[in-house]
Write a protein that binds this ligand. Structure first.
Ligand SMILES: Nc1nc2c(ncn2[C@@H]2O[C@H](COP(=O)(O)OP(=O)(O)OP(=O)(O)O)[C@@H](O)[C@H]2O)c(=O)[nH]1
Ligand SMILES: [Mg+2]
Length: 375
């Protein structure tokens, strides 16, 4: 895919922020093995109902696409089905939005049956409303005004099939959810010691899986790419004779995460809502780290998990300073509310402090006194 990117800026979204978002969109295009040839940014308060950008800008876009030899255009925001249709007609190239890219990346990364089902559900939910628009367009080509053309009939059949499949997937995922719940219960029953459930959350590429590996020794797939992890993985660490911590790694978050995906990944993300403590992992070597914290918090809110006790794990300190000693003087912890520990998961700096912090908060959350008895 050789793509031109399109975004808008206005009173609410300053130009710099819009540019930043386009840089991230470029990362998504690259995650799919594509290249971005450039971008168009328009100052616009409200998206145009027909083309999202203004009609004049849309014409300009067509010329840019021709001039650069691009085969696709990617919009940074959600497009309505009719905007996609109008744009494709005008520019004659594939028109995609951020949601399309994220769903495509997820679908390529999905390995387990559960992740695959969840991605399929997101894709179908995304596709369904777009089918109506396409059906009308097809029937205009096929049949006369007011009659039901062959296009529309086809769409109707496809629509019914999709709805049926959505229903089927939801049922299968419900089974998965029940099984997970059952497993959680069994884990708790079988284990004699106190179990502290800790979920690792954070922006994609923050270092969650690397931290899980550093804390528990469990090998998981880590990579310098967006959305490396799509499945939750749980592994344990015994911290004292009477406490065992269960760490669960989760899928990374991103700005403008398609609601279809959040909805579809609810079963996976249930590990977050079931956790006693959340470790919010942050890449502090990225200039946008404070901004990312807000994005992640917003998504936690959507999952009704924003009231949970949180420890901020300010990761990748080794990219800012040269030694663990220097790391202790970093001011980052003062910028976040509540508990925060600066670490480097890769160099294993600060992990003991982190474990101590988890343990002390854990005892508070579970209502255990320092001697191990319940209050
Ligand atoms: N320098 C440095 N790199 C790190 C550190 N922690 C993680 N990384 C690197 O950051 C990249 C992303 O790490 P992951 O652990 O895969 O990140 P993640 O948060 O699990 O990402 P997703 O699963 O995609 O959401 C990898 O290339 C890691 O090697 C760290 O403390 N220091
Ligand atoms: Mg990961």
């Amino acid at each position: 895919m050789k793509a031109v990117l399109v975004g808008i800026w206005n009173r609410d979204i300053p130009k710099e922020e819009a540019k930043e978002s386009l840089r991230e969109l470029k990362g998504l295009v690259e995650a799919l093995g594509g290249v971005s040839l450039g971008y168009i940014l328009q100052n616009r308060n409200k998206p145009d109902t027909r083309y999202f950008i203004g009609a004049g800008k849309a014409e300009e876009l067509r010329e840019v696409l021709r001039g650069t030899g691009a085969d696709a255009v990617v919009f940074d925001d959600f497009l309505t089905p009719s905007q996609v249709k109008n744009l494709e007609k005008l520019v004659g190239k594939t028109v995609l939005d951020r949601t399309d890219l994220v769903i495509e990346i997820f679908s390529r990364r999905a390995k387990s049956k559960e992740a695959k089902l969840q991605v399929e559900l997101a894709r179908l939910t995304h596709e369904l409303p777009r089918l109506y628009g396409k059906g009308k367009a097809m029937s205009r080509l096929g049949g006369g005004v007011g009659t039901r053309g062959p296009g529309e009939q086809e769409t109707e059949i496809r629509r019914r099939l999709i709805k049926k499949r959505i229903h089927q997937i939801r049922e299968e995922l419900e089974e998965v959810r029940k099984m997970r719940k059952h497993q959680r219960k069994r884990r708790e029953r079988e284990s004699g010691e106190t179990l502290l459930k800790v979920a690792l959350v954070g922006y994609t590429n923050a270092g969650k899986s690397t931290l899980l590996k550093a804390l528990t020794g469990r090998e998981t797939f880590t990579a310098d790419m967006l959305f490396a992890t799509l499945d939750t993985k749980t592994s344990a660490r015994v911290v004292s004779p009477d406490m065992k911590i269960l760490f669960t790694d989760t899928v990374g978050f991103i700005k403008k995460l398609p609601p279809e995906l959040i909805e579809s990944f609810k079963a996976t993300l249930e590990e977050v809502t079931e956790a006693d403590i959340i470790l919010h992992v942050v890449d502090i070597s990225d200039d946008r780290w404070l901004d990312y914290i807000h994005t992640v918090r917003d998504i936690l809110k959507e999952l009704s998990a924003d009231e949970k006790p949180v420890i901020y794990v300010l990761n990748k300190a080794d990219k800012i300073v040269d030694s663990e000693e220097e790391m202790r003087h970093l001011p980052h912890g003062a910028f976040v509310e509540g508990r925060a520990v600066v670490v480097s998961s890769e160099k294993r700096w600060g992990l003991e402090d982190l474990i101590g912090e988890i343990q002390s908060l854990g005892e508070k959350v579970l209502g255990i006194t320092a001697t191990g008895g319940h209050i």
